[in-house]
Design a protein around this ligand. Sequence first.
Ligand code: GLA
Length: 404
Amino acid sequence: MSMRQVLQWGLALVCGLVLASADARAQIAFQPRPSNGLALTPPMGWNSWNGFGCKINEATLRAQADALVSTGMREAGYIYVVVDDCWHGARDAHGDIQPDPVRFPSGIKALAHYVHARGLKFGIYSDAGAGTCQDKPGSRGHEYQDAAQYARWGVDFLKYDWCNAEDLNARSAYATMSDAIRAAGRPMVFSICEWGLHQPAKWGASVGGNLWRTTFDIWDHWSGRGNKGLWLSVTDIIDLQPGLEGAAGPGHWNDPDMLEVGNGGMTDTEYRSHFALWAMLAAPLFAGNDLAHMSKETLAILTAPEIIAIDQDRLGVQGRRVVKRGDQEIWTRPLAGGATAVLFLNRSDTETRIQQDLATLGFSADAEVKVRDAWRRRDMPHAKSQLSAQVPAHGTQVYILTPI
Ligand code: GLA
């Protein structure tokens, strides 16, 4: 072997080793995390943020847990009580995160116990950066320590935000917290709140995420954006969901953000549309209103059994928008057992008639189908070849179609 060959071979070996070890590092960093077996249907519960923001304390949280039980929402499936941003105090001398001693004087363990004693599960919030969106301590550099603390407290759910992320790589940062939760040894639903910035629909499940936000924050409006375009209305959010359907399934869901039902910025008709669209999207359903003081209508929307049944359908297939014709939209979602949920949406300001051939809804052109009105919980006359309905302004009609 000539000296030149030796040098070439040596160079190739070094390059190969460098590449191989880079590869190995990449594989170690991005090896898909096994599923935690949780959230086989979209998780349901209540979260403090939309209704209370930073104005939270242990009494508020307990009152919401009590209301989940007394209103029947727990029986309807709302299991998780999640305290969002602003529960935090400082880290102690060991670096362990502690709750705000004024707002949560009894501590988080006692609060989680209170929630568990009511047959509910307890969720908490942190952030991948050094600070949360409200400048409370984030988990950067404390991931394992924080996950261990949550496990000691009895936490069942972690929402993990993306403020102050700076130079962090999203996928790695969420993988780190996912590993930390696993190491802590207590199963927790892992809620990735990265606002869709780095396409978490593509990697959320692979880092052990059970749900991932697909957009910036919802605000309590039917249309239009707030906060310089950062807050999205219901109609803005639904327009950003088509194309993401394939990422959803049992254990891993697209999250179009929490519910605003009952918070006062929309009409009940609009809230009904918001809720039904989230059900078609197989979205996590987190009520965000004050459950201890809600109207009968708000409760009726949040507990509509046949709309919830669509959301929780065990097949776990996210619905699709199959028709967009001006202000008229039709969304369909296949359900376990061969039925199809169909939603007619009227985005216009006047009542309108929506009519569609059954072929477009996934049936044969001359099909005859059973029709069940999912809002009114009534069987309707069979539909042959086409389906039509009056739909109020900003309203929806939701039907379950079953082939005969
Ligand atoms: C971000 C999240 C919200 C909420 C707030 C709390 O904006 O997207 O859902 O958690 O932070 O500060």
